[in-house]
Design a protein around this ligand. Sequence first.
Ligand code: TIU
Length: 219
Amino acid sequence: MEVEAKPYPFVLAPGGTALVVIDMQRDFIEPGGFGDALGNDVSRLEAIIPTVAGLLALFRQKGWPVIHTRESHRPDLSDCPPAKRLRGGGTLRIGDAGPMGRILVRGEPGNAIIEACAPVAGEIVIDKPGKGMFWHTDVHERLKALGVTHLVFAGVTTEVCVQTSMREANDRGFECLLIEDATESYFPHFKDSAIEMITAQGGIVGWVAPLASLERAVG
Ligand code: TIU
């Protein structure tokens, strides 16, 4: 299965490909969450919801593994380094009470994945205290146990948690494809730059393609 992609076609392994949806949480996409508390205009991120939902539908139809991540911390914040908690200097910090509950804390309403992209039975949900999906998680072991060699990435934000996770996955030997219309940034030029960084030098981090190219390839 060959997906038309940048910088050249991505060869997908039908039995070993998983979808990784990064941090499609209310905390990043809705007003009153962590993204908002950092001073970002969160409205840009809503635009990709239908594409991420379409990508989820494709993997569910194929019966291929789906992994969702949530950036989140324990209620006692023991997994949140002071450097992370204090960063930004805003009035609302990680662990503080916001309009959707405590900011970036596991189990709070704002920390949930938005309804349109919510996990269904059998899908893996990874709570990660870092930007990357491997730091302090068991996702590598779980992917190995499933026989996964290829990862398709979506989610937010492109240059922060998505790119960090994709770089970490690339270092661990996974072949990685980012779906460009299923990822977004608060800053359009950062999304464009991240895509350029990923695909430059012969795909130094991986490949990038629109959802339509993946749909054409897998049928
Ligand atoms: N601030 C920002 O762009 N992103 C994050 O803090 N987390 C994720 O990207 N999920």
